[in-house]
Design a protein around this ligand. Sequence first.
Ligand SMILES: *Cc1c(COP(=O)(O)O)cnc(C)c1O
Length: 348
Amino acid sequence: MSTYGPMDSGIRNSIVCDLRSDTVTCPDDAMRSAMAAAEVGDDVYGEDPSIIALEYRMAGLLGKDAAMFVSSGTQSNLCAIMAHCGRGDELIVGDAYHIYADEAAGASVLAGVSMHAIPVDDGNAVSAEQVKGAVKDDDPHYARSRLLCLENTVGGKAISLEKMRSPAQAAWDAGLSVHLDGARFFNAVTELKCIAKELADCADSVSVCFSKGLGAPVGSILVGSHAIIARARRNRKILGGGLRQAGVLAAAATYALDHHLSLMPADHDRAAQLADALHDLDVGNVYSGTNMVFFTPNASQHNALHAHMEAKGVRIGGQHPTIRMVMHRDIDDAGLEAAITAFRSFYA
Ligand SMILES: *Cc1c(COP(=O)(O)O)cnc(C)c1O
């Protein structure tokens, strides 16, 4: 079984609540209509009006000069890393962060950038002291420290503005740039009750996914200065990520900003409700933050729990030993109720 659990087609229709990830959402009729109506053009020529409008909107929202629409969060991060760093440079990153742990070492494989991982604290933050300690002296023996990569949210935890600003400032003081992997940027903004610009101000470039909590089918965006985005555009081409009439995808992302952003607090609320229900069942260690719930079932019950939940139409992740469950656009109150009822009947 893969980390994220099985998906065999026959079962799909009987699943009423898929908690594996917020990436499993499907575009509804209204989003599909918006996609069908999108004006499009060749984006490599800079001629797709839907993409251009989305890029302007996101740059404005995050208080940066420019933005670039890309096909995935991984590609967005890599375009940014290549824009900030050259071959033989080094980035500093939290050891639990996606860039270090979950992108197949693309920074090293494709960009020739080494990664210096520093341990994250209980809240998944890194400190200014750790950053200072990780920056290497200018010495021919060493890689050149060039970039700090932060992330928010991490494992469902929103990191406070203070805990973002202080390592970022340490990096800037040492002459490094700062990139924020905000795959779930708006979940963080929702939880921190801040405005998008305040969080974006903690970094020189920010990557945001439309395909996670926002519920679009494809797409991420990288925002930053004109210079960074110009370099990132070249990098996107190098990586084979140039887009043509992808305005249909930008239209889905725009629809998500218009109609889904305001629904994020409801996802967080449902995650808290699910965590409360699990606490009451005394299933062991339960943690929830933003749209995620984590719990660690008794190892001997793992398989039986999965089978029971599937039979009740509820799909949970296949991670061991701690299972992650994620709320998203395709889980409403009925879906939440189905999940809670299924857990109750298993632990009864
Ligand atoms: C999902 C995710 C990404 C990028 O994922 P893609 O599947 O490439 O879009 C990057 N960072 C974090 C923290 C993520 O959760």
